[in-house]
Ligand binder design. Structure first.
Ligand code: ADP
Ligand code: MG
Length: 509
């Protein structure tokens, strides 16, 4: 079967010829070959995608891969014993059987095993653990237990605040709470959406829930009106990103506003550079510092570097991969700017690839719709910027392509961490050209650190000095245009996208 045709817009997911081993038409959708129905959500209406995902995560999988334990170090005073099984929670911490019964995983992951007892012992936590290793449940579970037990009293204020860098991640954290608390909602979890923000800022006495999940940019606008009088837990998920220049002013304002009120701080990420560690430790009291393969890419991701020669070479390489079937969906393609992401989108749409694009200039509604369509397998190749690199957990992403070399080791680790999650295997391919002589060294270094096999030429590359690293972070490499389309045709494509309701540069919010 020609994958190029399979990926084409015109080819439906239930195209009979495309989806039978023998070439015979399938009789009903249950006969679809499972690997091609990669999200197991075939024919699901869009509005049900989220519920399906919650259901998937709530049901025991017969083949949950074991997330391998890696080198770890937990330091601090009185380090609590790690958790061996989820059942331990009942005997050691009097967690209710009903809460534990909602966890459908056979055993805690390493970060869960180390962090959950610490959180339940009321300790501040600074944790670094690989992408896809279950950091969300590591804080959602103990917070859910504490709130359910009503240890916080019954005041109306916010008891737990969870800060995340993107709206998509906020929704995902909400889902993790939903899985654990369905049917036993003694507390309310809310995302600070645009409408909630409007409500709390305009209606006197409007409540933001017991657990509030928010992005810093939105939260600063509501700080003055929110009731943090009963705040007990402050979680910074993707903590290093929240101190990035894009978020730091707001994160700092939030931390300053909450100073003295929070009892427990939990900071997590797969990457915690030493500057962030120092900053975090200064804010914490007698913290537990949990380091599991810190700063390393997930061991489940097979990493590859491909020399593409030029910008045109990258496009050729993608087209070649489509032809040879090496672009097994679902695929994420990362680019360094919104403009470039849009340009590649236009190229691939023109090629007839089943593709969409997500970045910070698309509206919240558009972003939500794109993620849902990607989860539903209506979009097979999703082009994105770094906005999609943090925390997003889409089941079964097979391949991540770095069309542009990322600007830092952290960006690389998080981008490729969208695959190889929860113990599953994944692949990552990074294209580079002669413009990337410096940034490619950063990638090679991560490959070496994560135990990847590297070719002989890579071993001869030196390291990037600090100054160049900083420059790269601040300003991406200048590149030639992606587009191979004549200007006239490009304009036509753009107006067609508009007609389809796909305006690509509408301001977010
Ligand atoms: P991280 O935040 O570390 O990147 P997530 O919390 O998003 O990772 O979890 C990644 C995936 O692992 C999710 O799909 C989640 O449902 C799954 N997961 C969480 N805990 C476990 C576990 N104990 N065993 C197996 N899979 C798990
Ligand atoms: Mg996460």
């Amino acid at each position: 079967m020609d994958f190029f045709r399979l990926l084409s817009r015109g080819t439906k997911l239930d195209n009979a010829e495309a989806f039978t081993k023998s070439g015979k038409p399938v009789e009903d959708e249950d006969n679809i070959i499972r690997p091609l129905d990669f999200f197991h959500t075939h024919s699901t209406p869009a509005q049900e995608v989220r519920e399906k995902e919650i259901k998937r995560q709530s049901e025991p999988e017969s083949h949950v891969p074991v997330i391998p334990y890696q080198k770890s170090k937990t330091t601090g005073n009185d380090v609590p014993h790690p958790l061996t099984t989820f059942q331990d929670l009942v005997s050691r911490f009097q967690v209710s059987e009903s809460l534990v019964s909602r966890i459908k995983f056979p055993a805690p992951t390493q970060i869960q095993s180390e962090a959950i007892p610490g959180i339940l012992h009321d300790r501040d936590i600074l944790a670094s653990a690989p992408t896809g290793s279950g950091k969300t449940l590591a804080y959602v579970l103990p917070i859910a237990h504490i709130l359910q037990k009503g240890q916080q009293g019954s005041t109306n204020g916010i008891k737990a605040l969870i800060l995340v860098p993107t709206k998509e991640l906020a929704t995902q954290v909400l889902e993790a709470f939903t899985i654990l608390t369905r049917g036993a909602t003694t507390f309310k979890v809310q995302v600070l959406t645009k409408s909630l923000l409007a409500r709390v800022t305009s209606e006197a006495g409007a409540k933001a829930g017991d657990v509030l999940i928010a992005t810093p940019l939105r939260l600063v606008r509501a700080l003055a009106v929110l009731d943090f009088g009963s705040l007990r837990h402050l979680v910074l998920d993707e903590a290093d990103k929240l101190f990035d220049p894009a978020f730091a002013p707001q994160t700092d304002d939030i931390l300053a506003h909450l100073r003295g009120r929070t009892q427990q701080k939990i900071f997590l990420s797969a990457t915690l550079p030493s500057s962030i560690e120092t900053l975090a430790l200064n804010l914490m009291t007698a913290p537990l510092r949990i380091l599991i393969s810190p700063g390393q890419a997930a061991a489940t991701v097979a990493q590859k570097l491909v020399y593409a020669g030029s910008e045109a070479g990258k496009l050729l390489a993608i087209r070649q991969m489509l032809k040879t079937g090496d672009l097994t969906p679902p695929v994420l393609i990362f680019l360094q700017s919104i403009e470039r992401a849009n340009a590649l989108f236009h190229e691939l749409v023109y090629d007839g690839v089943n593709v969409d694009v997500i970045h910070g200039e698309r509206t919240e509604t558009q972003r939500r719709a794109v993620v849902e369509r990607f989860k539903k397998a209506e979009v097979w190749v999703l082009i994105c910027t770094d906005v999609f690199a943090r925390g997003i957990d889409v089941h079964g992403v097979n391949l991540v392509i770095n069309y542009d070399v990322p600007q830092s080791a952290q960006a690389y680790i998080h981008r490729i961490g969208r695959t190889g999650r929860a113990g599953k295997q994944g692949k990552a391919v990074t294209f580079f050209t002669k413009d990337d002589v410096e940034s490619v060294k950063i990638v090679v270094n991560v490959m070496k650190e994560s135990g990847c096999e590297v070719q002989e030429w890579m071993t001869r590359l030196g390291k990037v000095d600090k100054k160049t690293k900083k420059q790269l972070k601040r300003k991406p490499v200048e590149r030639d245009d992606i587009s191979t389309q004549p200007k006239k045709r490009k304009r036509k494509n753009q107006s067609r996208d508009k007609d389809n309701g796909r305006e690509l540069s509408t301001k977010d919010e």
